[in-house]
Design a protein around this ligand. Structure first.
Ligand SMILES: *Cc1c(COP(=O)(O)O)cnc(C)c1O
Ligand SMILES: [Zn+2]
Length: 404
């Protein structure tokens, strides 16, 4: 265990990591700190190659004692290239890190595994959170596994499968006529009233640590190298903050060099608070009124960690990009045909962002781009239509020869 404590990235105040913590007094999320020097003295980077076959192979970079890990085998997701699509947009190398392989079908499993492990370890009995859907599914599953009670509130137009997941895992689940921000207010009030532990995005420090393992893994999978750009569909931006933190810690440990990918955050035109802030050169964002997009996971009107996301974009020479829902749907359908890959609409936004940047000349043919597919397309089957011919038992298939 190399955990040393928690630190506020805004006012720099230190907080103890041996009890449940939410935000800093100044309202900022807290970040977990480690004695990376000691870690680097004890552990060789190639030791992790022989570790467990899930994200916990990186347990030395994580806060959970070995015997307190609540796991369903999350992480160690594969990389594969999108050769067909890359060729179509004039690029040589677009790689997907496919988080659809996680236990609950999205990368939310990583955050939930780490967050629930710590909540249970530090004595929480009931955890509560607002969600766009996928986080609710993940946290409900890990809460069930840890024996914690779980309360979820989600917009009533969230994907139906995510509602069913929460109910299935036994979470007390509420549908809200409103956005995730409205669900957040309701959960916040209930947590104060009933003493539940509020595990909203970034309101507890350990979800980032779970998501950080995406960055640790991708560096390892590239043989301790980094791509030219990491493209991420940003809602709260936790994954992006996590990947950026991972690369910083890996460099501190001497496991990678000082090179960094450009960090690219992609949002939908119907909800693009980070894009607006980036374009105005600001370090925080405004609440986005009337948020609307088919990519529900990135329909977040205001991210608590906006300053951390924007900081990573500026520091890495990256940027924020917005794309339309039509572009998102077009890319989702195209990729299935060109590459046999069924990604979630959020990741389709990210890939559409790559296409935009290539068209604008902001990416070159030989830039090596890694896109995080944050979840499996299979969770979004209701976005698709399949208008198929039906045969009677005695019918035959008659294919009209081409040219007739
Ligand atoms: C939650 C979610 C996102 C956004 O993740 P953040 O880390 O909050 O930005 C993107 N895609 C999917 C599928 C999600 O569930
Ligand atoms: Zn602070």
């Amino acid at each position: 265990m190399y955990l040393t404590g928690l630190e506020c990235p805004r006012c720099k105040e230190k907080h103890a990591a041996d009890r449940l913590q939410n935000l800093c007094h100044c309202g900022s999320p807290l970040l977990v700190r480690y004695d990376i020097g000691a870690l680097a003295r004890d552990i060789d980077r190639d030791d992790v190659l022989r570790g467990r076959d899930d994200m916990w192979r990186f347990s030395s970079f994580l806060p959970v004692p070995e015997d307190k890990i609540v796991s369903l085998g999350e992480g160690m997701t594969p990389l594969y290239s999108l050769d067909g699509f890359a060729g179509e947009i004039g690029m040589d190398c677009i790689t997907i890190k496919d988080e659809g392989y996680n236990p609950t079908g999205t990368f939310k499993s990583r955050g939930a595994s780490c967050g629930i492990s710590m909540a249970a370890h530090l004595g929480a009995e009931t955890v509560a959170m607002p969600t766009a859907g996928n986080a609710g599914g993940a946290w409900s599953a890990y809460a069930a596994r840890a024996g914690l009670d779980c309360v979820i509130a989600m917009p009533e137009d969230a994907p139906e499968i995510t509602m069913k997941e929460c109910a299935l895992y036994g979470a007390e689940t509420y549908l809200v006529r409103g956005l995730i921000s409205d669900a957040g207010r309701i959960i916040g009030t209930a947590c104060e009233r009933y003493g539940w532990f509020d595990v909203s995005t970034l309101k507890e420090p350990y979800r980032i640590e779970g998501k950080k393992t995406m960055g640790l893994e991708l560096a390892m999978q590239l043989d301790w190298d980094v791509p030219d750009a990491v493209v991420y569909p940003a809602g709260g931006g936790v994954g992006l903050i996590g990947i950026w933190k991972a690369l910083e810690e890996l460099e501190l440990a001497g496991w990678i060099g000082p090179e960094r990918p450009r960090m690219i955050a992609v949002q939908s035109e119907g909800c693009a608070p980070l894009v607006r802030a980036f374009e105005d050169g600001r370090t925080d964002s405004d609440f986005w009124e009337g948020a609307e997009t088919i990519a529900g996971g990135i329909r977040v009107p205001k991210a608590l960690g906006d300053f951390l996301v924007l900081g990573a974009l500026y520091d890495s020479g990256g940027r924020a990009v917005e794309v339309s829902d039509d572009e998102i749907m077009d890319v989702l359908l195209t990729l299935a045909r060109t590459d046999g890959s069924f990604i979630c609409p959020e990741a389709a936004a990210a890939v559409a962002g790559v296409k935009r940047m290539r068209e604008e000349g902001d990416l070159t043919r030989d830039d090596e781009v890694m896109v995080i597919n944050t979840g499996s397309g299979l969770k979004y089957a209701d976005l698709l239509e399949a208008d198929l011919p039906v045969l009677d038992k005695e019918d035959e298939i008659n294919v009209t020869p081409e040219g007739e």
